[in-house]
Structures are given as C-alpha cells and as structure tokens.
Design a protein around this ligand. Structure first.
Ligand code: IFM
Length: 714
C-alpha cells in the first residue's frame, strides 16, 4: 500500500483533499490544488522560514508566489472541472516517490473531449527544483493552447504579503518573477521553463505580477502532446542573489525523466531509513506510510533555523507556528529514523534560546521559557485573542502563551532523548546540555514554595489538557519540571567529567554555584506530584472535586466537549481534551508500574474527549492502552489517530495535516505495539501486536547504527 487514490472529484471535500495530496521536500510544500485552479480553492505553497507580519498572531508563513499555474484551452474553451463534464477522474499520490498525478477525461461545454494527465513533484534530489508535466490527448481535430504562469498575487486568506520586485523573460521559453514580503523583506525568486514538442506558436505575456508563457499546438485526434514546466526557486534566506540561484537550478535541471529518476532515488533512500512494513492490515499500512510521508515532506534537511509547524507546510492553520507538537510527537520519529533532521530541529530551539531567555526574564524568571507558539525568531507568537468558536463576533482569550510553561521541559526532554538514542556527545556537550540547564534554571526560579503542603509546585498554569486553564500543580508540568531539573543535574555532572571546559563555561555563565545546585535538588525532591495512596494522580489541585461527566450521555455527537460546554464552563467538569496524566507513563515509562498505569488509565480514559478533543490524544491513548495490556482498545485508538487526516475525523483537515498525530502514529506502532524502550544496556522490545498484524518490520538508528526489527521474531 503505497498509493493514496481518489476516483471521483467531490468539491465538498476539496480542502481536505488539498491537504492530504500536499507534496513537498522539506524546503517547501504545495497543497494538492489543481494546476488550472478551481473556485474556492485553498491554494498555497509554503516555504520554510518565509514568515511575514500579521495582526494578532505576530507573524505567519506567507503563501509563496505560485509556481503551479498551467491552463489548457481546447479550441478556445478553458479546461476546468467546474464546467463541462468529467467523464473519468483519477488522482493518485505515490507515497514512495512523492509524485502526484491526475488523469481526467473531460468534455468541454462546447463538446470538445480530451484526456488530460498532470504529474508533478517537488524535487527531493534538488530542493530548489519543481517539476510539472502535462499531457493532452484530444478526441478532436483543432487547436490546443497551454498557458504556464508564475503568480505573484497570492495571499493568506485575504492577507497580502507580497510586493512585486521585477519580472521578465530570459529566453523564448524561460520567464522569471521576483517578489518580496512586505514587512520581513524576504525575497523569493522563481524561474520557469516550458518545454514541449511541436508548438505552432510560442509567446511571452508580461502580465503584471503573472509572467506567462503561452504555446499553441495543432490538436490531432488521438495524438498526445506533452508539455513540461520546470521551475527553479530560491529565497534571500538561501543566498544574497535568489534570482541567480533560481535560474542556476533551472538551468542545471535535467529533463523530466532524469529529474524524476533522481527523485525516485532520493525517496528510496528516505524510505530505506524510515519505512514500517505491516502485513495483514492494509489500513494501518497506508496510514503509517501516509503519516511518515507528511512528516518527511515537512522535515528540514538543510536548514537548522526552522521548526515544523503544527500543520506542517500543508495549510494555513496556526499560521505555520510550531508547538510542543514538534518535540513530544514528531521529534522521536526523526530521532530514531533520521537523526540529522532531529538535530536540525533541536538546533532551532538552541538558536531561539535568546528569545526564550527574554521571555523568562520579562516574566521575572531565570533561564529559558520557550514560546508556546514559535515561528522564526522564537519570540512568543501565540495570539492573545482569537474569535470565539461559539460566537465568531466575540473574542476569546488564549492563555497558553502565558501559562503553558511545560513547553520548556518538552524541549529539554526531546534534546535528552536525542542524545540517549544517538549518542551524539559532541552536539549534546555543545548545545543540548545548555538547553537542559537553561530550562531547569527556569523551572527552579518559577517554582513556588507552598507552605501548607510543604512542597514546591506551579500555580496558574495550563497543562496538556487545555480544557482547564489557570490551574495549580498540574501533574504533567510538575513531574516534567522535576525530571528536567534532576536530569540537568546529571547532565552537569557528566559534562564536568567528560567536557570540563564546557562545564566550567556554563557554570560561570549560568551562575551554577554549589549552593544554587543544592537548591535545584531541593526543589526537585520536594516537587508536589499529586499522587494518591492508590497511585491515582490528580491532574491538578481540585480536579477530582469538579463535576463528573459521563461522556456517553452526549453521544452521538460531532463536536468537542469544549464546544458543547463553552470555553469557561468546560473548566468546571472532569472532562479533558487530551491525555495529561497519561502522558507521564508514555514519556517516563520506567517511573510507573503496571498497576499505577492501569489505575490512571481507568480513571482518565472515560473522561477524555478522544474523538473530538485534540488530535494529539488518540495515539497517546493507544500507547498507554498497549502498555496496560489492552491491545484491542489500543488498536481502536490507533485507528482514530490513523483516520484523523485520511478521513478528516474532526472536519478541519483542510487547515493542514495534524502533524502531532502523524508523529503519534509512528510512536503508537514503535513504542506502543512493538514496545521499543531504551535501557542502560541498549534497547529492548515488549511487543503487544494487534491480532490482525501478521508481521511487522521497521528500522531505527541507535547510537549511529541502523537496527532492524522483525516481529514476530524469526
Ligand atoms: O499543541 C497543540 C495542543 O496541545 C492542543 N491544541 C492544538 C495544538 C497544536 O496542535
């Protein structure tokens, strides 16, 4: 199962399909819109790092000038799926090669019929090369006209980001466009070449901001004409001379066939590292490859200044901002299958340490408090107000940027996990250790002594469950803060032994006196963890006193409990958006015994809004259920995650891929069903496979060596 297929065109699911048919190469991604356009499409190409200012959300990924436009005219009638008759339709995304193709047999309103095929890819072999091939087989004699353009008039749902710099033609079949973002001043240059066989007429139209190449052909019944559009692209983030660079990549590009061959080879190498083979369950097989594909097309391979947004590069949702989704959900996939990508993403956090230090300092704390929503600089970009989902005319306050402090521990966790799995001591000594120490410093300075309970904790926070804000002693936050502080102390000890100069430098710059470090240990040891004598963990102070809810009473439903109760009222109930306490046995498996996991699983599962709450939830539920030994229940949660985007379970996939869910799917398979664990001695497996899975195999890197897992073991 390597192919995502659509056999009829349904305009009602247009935006969902545009998302799932997105293609990309880790430099940019283009949504699965039609080359010729369609009314109400959500047309977009996003390039990593190309942010521009926007009201409320500070900055957003700017929808780039469009490389895709290619229109076809049959005897003067424009091909469009919005008109005429669709006689046959088939669209396929080959996940193995990342080539998107569409074959349509179409009849114009005037009765001209043709079979039209489009194929396109965003090259992985050359990140700055985009390729599109169109073939037209007319069932009439007459004329065919092709217009290929670069379109600088793009916007983000009405928000314009681009100013035209210049445009022009270089050779008869080559044209270019230069644009610049309005506020951030990032330049993007595109250069296109249109290649075809036997055009009768060829011309360049210098349309303002839409340079266009036009070719006219004689249409002979049954004879196929082929047109190839190649585009080179570069930005001022890559070079001081984007136009030269775009042209260079265009000029160096081999023809379609050779470029396609290079694409296939590049993708073979990706899948050789990352693929998971599941025999006996086609749905699971396709979902796993689909989610890996979407992570891979968003993953920066040559840029450590960018993060992956919660919607990857596949939609307008969340403005391209990155969340804890990266560190806790996506990064493990890269850490274990593509450590070079994981390192780039962690470097991004290292590079944004100055902004995280500023955020902490502005709030009166030491160390590094990372932005809840992070974009180019690492400054906080969480909007303070958004339209209320119950009444779009009202605004609702968003508190995560002010209160979701767990993000700093999430970053620390990911850095440490990368180190443990990769054994990359050089990176860790140089960068990772500082991330651990600075986040620990933040958690120590943010900790409050709570006299009546004789312990430290955090008041007025938001944990992973965002149905409850302004809570105190969120179990996840307190436990991860404790883990962060204790691990940082171990890291400093390791650094002092193995990299004394670096340890001395950090000790000095971060003021890590013996007295300070002793205080760190006290804070960690006296952290309030809300564990009841029977092992049940209270999600935050007072959670168990809230009104209980039987979610069955609200079935059937298609809305989240947040929407049903309202933002304020949800705070009063024991209903949670996504796993919070249950994140702990997932992230810190060695710290929880089976009975305690079971106790907490039993309490929180029926109170979790798994289907409509957060797409981050189902995969974690699956992992913890598998760990608790409920394999079939785990499988049901796994399917919920697997269908999040493929079946558009929440109805919002049009905004972009749920990247955390995609990462969670890999984790559910590898950590959940196969039970991969790192240990002091290396790694081990505790498999608990769903009944339908006859065989599973996957690969991962451990300490620089590729490991191969086959289950059941031969
Ligand atoms: O980071 C998540 C959060 O946990 C739940 N709401 C959506 C965010 C982005 O995916």
């Amino acid at each position: 199962m390597w192919t995502l297929t659509e056999t009829t065109f349904a305009p009602t699911s247009q935006h969902h399909k545009e998302t799932i048919f997105t293609i990309g190469n880790g430099y940019l991604a283009t949504r699965g819109v039609f080359e010729e356009g369609y009314p109400d499409e959500s047309r977009a190409t996003f390039i990593h790092g190309v942010f521009d200012d926007v009201p409320f959300a500070v900055t957003e990924l700017a929808n780039a000038p469009d490389w895709l436009p290619l229109t076809i005219w049959l005897d003067g009638e424009k091909f469009s799926l919005a008109e005429g008759q669709i006689l046959d339709y088939n669209r396929q995304l080959d996940l193995r090669t990342a080539v998107l193709s569409r074959r349509v047999r179409w009849q114009s309103p005037g009765g001209k019929t043709a079979v039209i095929t489009f194929e396109r890819f965003v090259s992985l072999a050359d990140e700055h090369l985009l390729a599109l091939r169109c073939r037209v087989t007319p069932e009439f004699d007459g004329s065919i006209e092709i217009r290929a353009a670069l379109n600088g008039c793009t916007d983000n749902r009405g928000m314009a980001h681009w100013q035209r710099i210049d445009q022009g033609q270089i050779a008869p079949s080559t044209a270019w466009l230069r644009s610049r973002t309005r506020a951030s001043g990032i330049e993007v240059a595109l250069a296109m070449r249109l290649q075809s066989t036997s055009s009768l007429q060829s011309e360049y139209w210098d349309a303002e901001n839409v340079p266009t190449l036009r070719q006219v052909f004689r249409a002979c019944r049954g004879e196929t004409l082929t047109v190839t559009k190649l585009v080179g692209i570069a930005t001022s983030r890559d070079t001081a001379h984007p136009q030269e660079m775009a042209l260079e990549h265009l000029n160096q590009a081999p023809g379609w066939e050779a470029a396609l061959e290079a694409q296939k080879q590049a993708w073979d190498r990706e899948w050789e590292r990352c693929d998971i083979v599941i025999e006996g369950d086609e749905e699971a097989q396709l979902a796993v490859r689909f989610s890996l594909f979407h992570l891979l097309i968003a993953a920066p391979r040559h840029d450590n200044r960018v993060n992956i947004g919660a919607k990857t590069l596949s939609g307008f949702g969340y403005h391209g901002h990155a969340f804890w989704d990266t560190e806790i959900f996506m990064l493990p996939v890269f850490t274990f299958t593509a450590p070079h990508i994981a390192r780039n993403l962690l470097d991004y956090r290292y590079r944004t340490l100055p902004a995280a230090r500023r955020k902490a300092a502005q709030a009166g704390y030491e160390g590094a408090w990372f932005a809840w929503e992070s974009a180019d600089t690492g400054e906080e970009t969480t909007p303070t107000w958004v339209p209320d989902f119950q009444d779009k005319k009202k605004l609702a306050r968003v508190w995560t940027g002010d209160l979701a402090i767990h993000i700093s521990a999430d970053v620390a966790y990911a850095a440490y996990q990368y180190w443990q799995a990769s054994g990359d001591d050089a990176w860790f000594a140089e960068r990772g250790a500082e991330l651990l120490l600075e986040t620990a410093r933040f958690f120590v300075s943010r900790a409050e002594w709570q006299d009546e309970r004789r312990g430290y904790g955090y008041q007025d926070v938001i944990g992973p469950d965002e149905y409850h804000d302004h809570v105190s002693n969120n179990a996840y936050t307190n436990k991860l803060a404790q883990w962060n502080i204790l691990t940082a102390l171990d890291v400093l000890a390791w650094l002092r032994e193995h990299h004394p100069a670096r340890a001395a430098a950090l000790t000095q710059s971060l003021h890590l006196s013996d007295e300070t470090l002793a205080h760190w240990r006290t804070v960690a040891e006296k952290m309030l963890l809300n564990v009841r004598p029977n092992g049940l963990i209270e999600q935050f102070d007072g959670f168990f006193a809230l009104q209980d809810v039987n979610l069955q009473d609200y079935e059937p439903r298609t809305k989240s409990m947040h929407e049903i109760f309202g933002i304020e009222a949800a705070n009063r109930y024991q209903v949670i958006k996504q796993p919070d306490v249950l994140m702990l046995p997932h992230l810190l498996p060695d710290e929880y015994r089976q009975e305690q996991i079971q106790t907490n699983y039993d309490h929180y599962t029926p109170r979790t809004d798994a289907t409509y709450g957060s797409s981050l939830g189902p995969s974690i539920q699956a992992i913890v259920a598998a760990r608790a030994g409920h394999v079939e229940e785990a499988y049901r949660y796994f399917l919920l995650a697997a269908r999040a985007d493929l079946n558009d379970v929440r109805g919002n996939a049009g905004d972009g891929i749920h990247a955390a869910s995609a990462g969670g799917i890999w984790q559910a398979v590898v950590f959940g069903f196969c039970g991969l664990r790192l240990t002091q001695e290396g790694w081990r497996l505790e498999p608990r496979l769903p009944a339908a899975w006859k065989r599973i195999s996957f690969r991962f890197f451990y300490r620089g060596r590729q490991q191969v897992v086959e289950l059941p073991a031969a």
